[in-house]
Design a protein around this ligand. Structure first.
Ligand code: SAM
Length: 359
C-alpha cells in the first residue's frame, strides 16, 4: 500500500466563506481608525445631540469637510455603527449606538477600546521587529493613543464594578475604607481607579504609582480635576519600589501581567502591606487552558497581549511575560511565590477577574 497521501483539495464553498469573513475583518480593521476619527472630531457626539443629519449638515455642525464626512458616514452605515434613512438621506444614531459611542459614563462605552486598539496597530512595525529579535517594547514607548485609550477603555468598567461589586467582594475591605484606610494603587496609569476610590471613600488616603512618569503627571491632573488631590498623591515608581505604607490595601488594575518581574512586585506588595492587609489584583478574564480563551474576548486580549502586554513585560528585568491571558492558576503561582498564604477569586465580569491575596 502506498504511503503517499493524495493532496486534499480545498472545499470551494468553505474557501469563499473564509474569504468573505476576512472581508468583514478588513472592514473592521479599517473601522478602528474611522471610529477614532469620529470620536475625536465629535461626529458621533453631533449625531447624538443633533439627531439625524445629512452629510452637509453634519459637516457644518462639526466644522469638517462634507466630502469626507459623506464617505465616513457611508462606511459607518455599512458597518452598523450609524443608521441611514434612504428617504431623507439622513444619518442618525439608534439609542444603543448613541450610548455605546458617546456616553463615557456607560459601561458599554466603546471609543477607548478602539483608541487603544488603533494605537497598538500604529506601533505594530516596532513589534514586528521585536517578534524577530525577542526584545521588549515598553509601555512608555507607545503612542499617546495607547495610554489615553487604556484609561478611556478601562474607566467605564471600573465605574460600573469597582465600588459596587469588586471592593465589597473582598473580606472586610469596604469597612476599613469607610473608616479611613491607607491605599496604594500600583501601576495606576492615568489614575482612573485611584480617583474613583478616592471619591467613594472620603476618609481614606491613596498613593498611586506607575513607572511611566507621563502617566503619573496625567493621573495627578485627573485627581485635581476631580477635587480629591488633598487625599491622593502620585509617585513615578516601579511596582518593586514604590514608597509609603504600611498599607491596608494595595490594588493592581490590569497591570500585574504587564510587569517584567511580577513575583518581585508581589514581594514588594507583601513588604508594604499591614499584616492584616489585602492585595486586590484585577486581571483580564481568562481561563487556565489556552483553548478556554478561544472566544471573542480572548481573541481581543491575545491580540492586545501580543502588541502591548508581552512586549511590555519583555522590556523589563526578568521578562516573565505572563501575557494578558495568564489565568487564575498562573496568577496564583505568582502570588504564592511571593509568600502570600491566601489567594482566591473574589469576583469576575466578562472582561475581568478580581483576586484577593492576603499575607
Ligand atoms: C494596561 S495599563 C493599566 C493602567 C491602569 N492600572 C488602568 O487600569 O487604567 C498597565 C500599566 O502598568 C504600568 N506598568 C508596567 N510595568 C510596570 C512596573 N514594573 N511597575 C509599575 N508600573 C508598571 C504601565 O506603565 C501601565 O500604566
Amino acid at each position: 500500500m502506498s504511503m503517499v497521501q493524495e493532496a486534499v483539495q480545498p472545499d470551494g464553498d468553505k474557501l469563499m466563506q473564509f474569504v468573505f469573513r476576512a472581508v468583514d475583518e478588513v472592514g473592521a480593521t479599517l473601522n478602528a481608525a474611522l471610529v477614532v476619527i469620529g470620536d475625536k472630531l465629535g461626529l458621533y457626539r453631533a449625531l447624538a445631540d443633533g439627531g439625524p443629519q445629512s452629510p452637509a449638515e453634519l459637516a457644518r455642525s462639526t466644522e469638517t469637510s462634507e466630502r469626507y464626512v459623506r464617505e465616513w458616514l457611508n462606511a459607518q452605515a455599512a458597518g452598523g455603527f450609524v443608521d441611514y434613512d434612504p428617504d431623507s438621506g439622513r444619518y442618525g444614531l439608534e439609542p444603543e449606538q448613541a450610548v455605546a459611542l458617546t456616553d463615557a459614563d456607560s459601561p458599554a462605552y466603546l471609543p477607548g477600546f478602539f483608541q487603544i486598539a488603533l494605537g497598538s496597530v500604529i506601533d505594530s512595525p516596532a513589534i514586528l521587529d521585536r517578534v524577530r529579535t525577542g526584545d521588549g517594547f515598553g509601555w512608555h514607548e507607545h503612542v499617546h493613543d495607547v495610554h489615553e485609550g487604556c484609561e478611556r477603555f478601562f474607566r467605564p468598567g471600573y465605574n460600573a464594578h469597582l465600588i459596587a461589586e469588586w471592593l465589597p467582594a473582598l473580606d472586610g475591605v469596604v469597612d476599613r475604607l469607610e473608616h479611613g484606610a491607607v491605599v496604594a494603587d500600583v501601576g495606576c496609569g492615568h489614575g482612573a481607579s485611584t480617583v474613583l476610590m478616592a471619591q467613594a471613600f472620603p476618609r481614606s488616603t491613596f498613593v498611586g504609582s506607575d513607572y511611566h512618569d507621563q502617566s503619573i503627571a496625567t493621573a495627578a491632573e485627573r485627581a485635581r480635576e476631580a477635587g480629591v488631590e488633598a487625599r491622593v498623591s502620585f509617585q513615578a515608581a516601579p511596582a518593586s519600589g514604590y514608597g509609603g505604607g504600611p498599607y491596608d490595601l494595595v490594588t493592581m488594575f490590569d497591570c500585574l501581567h504587564d510587569m517584567g518581574d511580577p513575583v518581585g512586585a508581589a514581594r514588594h506588595v507583601r513588604s508594604t502591606l499591614k499584616p492584616d492587609g489585602t492585595w486586590m489584583i484585577v486581571e483580564p478574564n481568562a481561563g487556565d487552558r489556552t483553548e478556554d480563551n478561544f472566544n471573542p474576548v480572548g481573541r481581543a486580549f491575545y491580540a492586545f497581549s501580543t502588541l502591548l502586554c508581552t512586549p511590555a513585560s519583555l522590556s523589563q528585568d526578568v521578562g516573565l511575560a505572563l501575557g494578558a491571558q495568564a489565568g487564575e492558576a498562573r496568577i496564583g503561582d505568582v502570588v504564592r511565590a511571593a509568600g502570600f498564604t491566601r489567594f482566591r477569586r473574589a469576583a469576575e465580569t466578562p472582561f475581568n477577574l478580581v483576586f484577593e491575596a492576603r499575607p
